[in-house]
Design a protein around this ligand. Structure first.
Ligand SMILES: Cc1cc2nc3c(=O)[nH]c(=O)nc-3n(C[C@H](O)[C@H](O)[C@H](O)COP(=O)(O)OP(=O)(O)OC[C@H]3O[C@@H](n4cnc5c(N)ncnc54)[C@H](O)[C@@H]3O)c2cc1C
Length: 403
């Protein structure tokens, strides 16, 4: 690969991983990044500890990507969760498995890993060009806006690793969609993934409970029944349990025009027992007292029941028990993509071959979140970005070798 010039556009985890592989093979690699610094979303992920991968059985891990499972499988097989842990260790970052099976750096942040990664890339000869914003294809090159004016770059091969459409202020603004579509490359509309939802809370509920965590519940949607916790926000509901249901709820809202998350507020008790204990309460006591004594519900859980079932105090014991066990929270819409942890949508798989090359643009490859796949939180997102960055780099090598 000596002397082959590679332009990598986008300096997030997918682009940097491709730069690592290609520079190790002797290519002359330049990474162009629109922002003043590299890996901004990676650093933000570090604020919540940097859940870099997951320790569950690899056979299960490989099924977390929904419709994209089959297309991602070869890339994941070549760069497994264990490979990611070894790779991080090679950069001086030890990882550990948290109680949920999620894998984090021991330091619970991304900056030391990113710093030593960028240093190693520079030692390997990678040129890092911040403040270089790609603005589209021009003649047979790639046009950039740079601090010193326009720049036209030519390269033997190019990797686009421009990210998805969430948190655009960190750099991934999906401006590239129009440029690829102009080349007949199909993209699917971006939609929020791993996001919160709007709920029509009453003013009183919002003022009193925004920010309150709802702990030790289970929630059910077409994604299944999952245990965890979530947070009441000013707009609706947020948090890890909501993100686990987000794709299913978003799809249902789109298809049916309405959706509800069904919450079990007392997962440790049966409906029969709750009904019996509620029926035993003194009717003269306040509803709040009867509910607390019979079901253990108080605070935010009791308020949530009353918010979603305003006439709860008038209902019979069986009906109250059934609402406690299966409380539907009606959802209005997902929160905007600008707030979502990740996005669904992007370059359609049909537009990409097995080596991650764009079928309409030989020599131009794509990797990371700009391709149409989604996964829950749990380290799956970063794992697939790193793995596809690697796979696209191998695709580039193959393509250059075959020319
Ligand atoms: C709050 C938050 C927390 C997260 N936590 C986790 C987590 O714990 N675990 C996990 O697995 N995932 C997490 N993620 C998701 C993860 O960070 C992303 O999936 C991942 O960063 C995507 O990598 P990427 O390389 O595809 O794209 P990005 O990281 O988005 O990088 C793309 C780069 O391309 C640059 N770019 C875009 N357009 C241009 C252009 N025209 N010219 C030049 N450069 C351009 C952007 O500036 C950006 O730097 C989190 C995301 C968020 C927002």
């Amino acid at each position: 690969m000596k002397g082959k010039t590679i332009a990598i556009i986008g300096g997030g985890p997918a682009g940097l991983m491709a730069a690592e592989v290609l520079s190790a093979s002797g290519c002359d690699v330049t990474v162009f990044e629109a922002m003043p610094t590299f890996g901004r979303k990676f650093l933000l992920a570090g604020k919540s500890g940097l859940n870099i991968t997951h320790s569950e059985e690899f056979d299960t891990f490989r099924t977390r990507f929904g419709r994209a499972n089959a297309r991602l499988r070869p890339a994941l097989d070549e760069f497994t969760p264990q490979d990611i842990r070894d790779w991080a260790l090679g950069l001086g970052t030890e990882t550990f498995v948290g109680s949920s099976g999620r894998v984090f750096p021991k330091v619970m942040k991304a900056s030391p890993l990113l710093r030593s990664w960028l240093r190693r890339l520079e030692r390997q000869g990678v040129r890092l060009m911040p403040r270089h914003r790609w603005i589209g294809f021009e003649k047979d090159g790639y046009a950039f806006d740079t601090p010193s004016g326009p720049l036209l770059v030519h390269a033997d091969a190019c990797l686009l690793a421009l990210g998805g459409a969430s948190w655009p202020r960190l750099g991934s603004d999906a401006a590239w969609v129009a440029w690829l579509e102009a080349c007949d490359i199909r993209t699917n509309p971006f939609r929020p993934a791993n996001c919160g939802f709007d709920v029509a809370w009453s003013d009183a509920f919002r003022e009193r409970l925004a920010g309150a965590p709802v702990k030790s519940v289970t929630a059910t949607s077409e994604a299944g029944t999952i245990q965890g916790e979530f947070v009441i926000s000013r707009h609706g509901i947020e948090g890890s349990l909501i993100y686990a249901h987000a794709a299913a709820l978003r799809d249902r809202l789109e298809q049916a025009g309405g959706a509800a998350l069904v919450v079990d507020l007392a997962p440790g008790r049966t409906e029969v027992r709750l009904a019996r204990d509620l029926a035993r309460q003194d009717r003269k006591a306040s509803f709040a007292n009867r509910l607390r004594k019979a079901t253990g519900l108080e605070g935010v859980k009791a308020a949530l029941l009353r918010e979603c079932v305003p006439d709860a105090s008038l209902l019979d014991a069986e009906t109250i028990a059934s609402r406690v066990k299966a409380l539907p929270i009606p959802l209005l819409r997902p929160r905007p993509i600008e707030e979502a942890i990740s996005s669904a949508g992007g370059i359609a798989w049909a537009a990409i071959d097995e080596t991650f090359m764009l079928k309409q643009l030989p020599g131009v490859f794509a990797a990371g979140e700009m391709i149409d796949w989604e996964a829950p939180t749990g380290g799956y997102l970063l794992t697939a970005c790193l793995a596809t960055g690697r796979a696209a780099a191998r695709g580039i090598e193959e393509w250059l070798a075959g020319r």
